[in-house]
Design a protein around this ligand. Sequence first.
Ligand code: ACO
Length: 162
Amino acid sequence: LKFVCLANDGIDEHMVWLIGLKNIFARQLPNMPKEYIVRLVMDRSHKSVMVIRRNQVVGGITYRPYVSQKFGEIAFCAITADEQVKGYGTRLMNHLKQHARDVDGLTHFLTYADNNAVGYFIKQDLVAVWRINGSVAMFRQQWMLRTFALRRNSQAESKNVS
Ligand code: ACO
């Protein structure tokens, strides 16, 4: 089992993993347009943290670091269906936090979390710090917008986009 963090760098093995991850997102996030998933996963300004087991992708998180503003946007997060609730999502998020802090120099994350996944995000010790209204893309409007501090041992809270 290994964890990798990479962008679309044209290396064959990385492309195979990114396509595997894109397929997991397409299956696990059925409300997301497939073209949109492909576009962001393959976009060079996004990075993906992936869990790889026997050279197969088990799941991952695709995010965009905004380095000068010190925050990252989590675009997609999923674990393949038969491997959920085994702790991979937690380990994945821990790797993301470490990489974001140490490599990208980020201090915060924001994401538009599916209502079903809110419990998962709260358990990852992510803290909502503010809320933003308006100007979210159409297909994201019913999702929840959250921003998270990369800080441990703080109380989690969440707010709806109105
Ligand atoms: N609701 C509430 N709690 C949850 C959920 C959930 N949907 N999923 C996991 N948890 C809890 C687990 O019970 C566990 O709690 P515990 O530590 O007290 O036992 C904790 O969160 C972590 O569980 P893991 O096993 O580490 O999580 P998993 O490997 O299943 O990954 C994930 C979680 C990514 C949400 C996975 O279930 C999944 O892919 N779901 C379908 C896709 C999805 O909803 N993705 C997120 C959409 S939002 C976005 O992409 C920005």
